[in-house]
Design a protein around this ligand. Structure first.
Ligand SMILES: Cc1cc2nc3c(=O)[nH]c(=O)nc-3n(C[C@H](O)[C@H](O)[C@H](O)COP(=O)(O)O)c2cc1C
Length: 106
């Protein structure tokens, strides 16, 4: 994801769900990487974020752990709530953390 360049530098929000802290740590590392490139970025937990809050940002990066080979219910509910939010024109990205519990996975 490119923040900056001809489109101008925007504000990025790292919004993550975390139970044990792994995903939050990864989100903070991405935030710190953006900040080191002089890009404005902040990190919030989904639990502390209202869907409408996303409208104030130019780029949204979602972080979630994998739960039962899927996204956690709280993340799904947050994503469903975003259907009512105008996110047109924003950049988006997402990542997960997991422990590769499915041994058949490549
Ligand atoms: C209820 C639960 C279900 C999980 N299910 C999976 C899974 O299906 N596959 C996997 O690779 N990891 C699974 N994990 C491991 C987490 O995805 C992994 O530890 C993740 O980094 C935790 O993130 P967090 O520290 O931000 O909560 C599960 C963890 C929990 C607590």
């Amino acid at each position: 994801m490119e923040l900056g360049g001809e489109m101008g530098v925007g504000r990025a929000l790292m919004v993550c769900y975390t139970v044990y802290g792994n995903t939050e740590n990864a989100a903070k590392a991405v935030r710190d990487g953006l900040a080191s490139a002089a890009l404005e970025a902040e990190c919030r937990k989904i639990q502390d974020t209202k869907p409408d809050d996303l409208e104030a940002f130019d780029a949204i990066i979602f972080g979630t752990p994998t739960h039962m080979e899927d996204i956690p219910d709280d993340v799904r509910r947050f994503m469903e709530a975003l259907k009512r939010v105008d996110l047109r024109g924003k950049q988006g990205s997402a990542f997960d953390t997991h422990t590769r519990m499915n041994k058949s996975a490549g």
